[in-house]
Design a protein around this ligand. Sequence first.
Ligand code: SF4
Length: 311
Amino acid sequence: MYRYIFGPVLSSRLGRSLGVDLLVERICSFDCLYCESGPTVFKTQTRAEYADPELVLEELELWLGRHPEQELDHITLGGEGEPCLNSGLGRIITEIKKIAPQTPVAVLTNSSLLTSAQVRSELMNPDVVLPSLDTLIPEEFIRLNRPLPGIDIQEIANGLALFCREFSGRVFLEILLVRGINDSFENLEKTAEFLKKFKYDRLDITCMSRPGAHIHPAIPGDQTLNRWKGVLQQGLSLDKSAQCRELPVEKVDKLAILASVQRRPQTLEQLCLALGLDRKEAAAALNNLKQERLIRVIRDREQNFYTSKGN
Ligand code: SF4
């Protein structure tokens, strides 16, 4: 079983994306209500080699050697926590671009470390950076993102604006709206004002699409969503990533399924599409994993999501 590489997973923003986990454990500066990786176990803002860069790169080379025909839209640094917490981030990005020169490298971040000039400089090399900023209202930030005490949302916003001005790659911003928490008029007004200060390539206003660490999806109503989209997405490209191509059917690998659902709950259909699996065989493998008590099913909005969390 791979320790650092998972997926590919199907991402609505990045297409078929091979995940590289730079934390492996639930280590993050936040403990978001909606986190799909489960509750944060170690909340920190201190950078360290939480995953050894050499081992991460070795494993990626191994994976790419075994999947020569696999078509990827992105290799994405993310996983179980905030990837910028790994102090080997800059080196890992540089090396991935040598190992897989054809595949764009993307980095997901909660933006909290963009306050650091060192982190911003390490993030100059990926093709795409996907920072999130759910709210500019301190009370909403504390309630929704549950940051390490002392982290200030205005400082994060300043770091994000600086980064966007310095970075020459593509920036896909994300705002995840949770009903009754950050979908307020006040947040919309402040965010609209703030976003005028710098350039970015895309703004995704998203909602929870699977069970979160601390809450089930709490999706704002259509009127609220339309208001946010109307104000913030005016004149922006809303192109989603390339549709996923059909893959040659892969042999079902139970451990690859396990590694994937460890990072995010997924339905049978999502797993089949992302990993190129036969539906019947994948269903049998999931059943097997369930009987071995390695995964469980969460029922959410009439869909079964498979996860390894909470067993
Ligand atoms: S959603 Fe992202 S920022 Fe929030 S707790 Fe999970 S990994 Fe951390």
